[in-house]
Write a protein that binds this ligand. Structure first.
Ligand code: ZN
Length: 255
């Protein structure tokens, strides 16, 4: 069984004390492919160090996270572009719109989102979308840039069935994580109406730990709890879910 965590911040300082033990727990659980979203330039060194330690397992993205879109965002975008031109990455991410923390920079977030989508298309890369309290705003941008080069993952999908179908219509897969295990997470109610070919697994570690670890630090080995929940929802074995979602991730990232 090969399980793929399509969204995990393993370079986070929250793992500095026990990173190799945490990685070993993931390997022991069958999780061996980790896709690593960027946040902003302050995390780049930690991200590259992680890649150096696990070159066969860790696959990096490059991008500017919407909550890191501040006054200096054009400078930050410049750094993203320089890296994209300098070496290979597997996606442009995570990018998008987040209106939970701050609504005042919506215009700048939209602009940064669009610029980075254009770069992804130029490099023929998928995008990994972060969307928090901003479905309408994200869909507005996707509608505008939609073409046959647009593709990627709608990370930490927490919308309704209609929004799921709309995301898929833009050639996105849905990143499903801990929320599907929550009692009030809602997506478990309709997910079986979405074909498994559109689903990839993720943890978003160290955030959003699944039940029974909810509220604690999340780590990639906990993706097994998400896997088991999906096995129940789709009435398939965990191994089948792992195989199908890993294939889906290969289709997106090209590795
Ligand atoms: Zn993330």
């Amino acid at each position: 069984m090969i399980v793929t965590d399509t969204h995990t911040h393993l370079y986070s300082e929250q793992f500095n004390e026990d990173r190799s033990e945490m990685m070993q727990r993931a390997f022991d659980a069958g999780v061996s492919r980790f896709f690593i979203p960027a946040i902003d330039s302050s995390y780049n060194n930690a991200m590259f160090a992680l890649e150096k330690s696990y070159p066969d397992h860790v696959f990096l993205m490059m991008g500017l996270h919407p909550t890191s879109v501040k006054e200096n965002y054009l400078e930050e975008l410049n750094i993203v572009k320089q890296w994209l031109d300098k070496r290979d990455f597997y996606a442009v991410g995570e990018i998008g719109i987040d209106l939970y923390w701050d609504k005042s920079l919506l215009k700048q977030q939209q602009e940064a989102f669009k610029i980075q989508i254009a770069w992804a298309k130029e490099k023929e890369l998928p995008i990994v979308i972060h969307c928090r309290e901003a479905f309408d705003e994200v869909f507005e941008v996707l509608e505008e840039v939609n073409d046959d080069k647009l593709r990627g993952i709608f990370h930490c999908f927490t919308g309704n069935l209609e929004q799921a179908k709309q995301a898929i219509s833009y050639n996105m897969k849905l990143g499903i994580g801990g929320v599907v295990t929550f009692k009030n997470g809602k997506i478990d109610q309709f997910l079986n109406k979405i074909a498994l070919e559109y689903i990839v697994l993720e943890t978003d570690s160290p955030y959003l730990a699944p039940t029974p670890f909810r509220g604690k630090r999340n780590e990639s080995s906990y993706i097994i709890n998400v896997l088991e929940k999906l096995a129940t929802i789709y009435n398939l074995s965990p191994v089948e879910i792992a195989n199908i979602t890993t294939e889906n991730s290969k289709q997106v990232f090209g590795i």
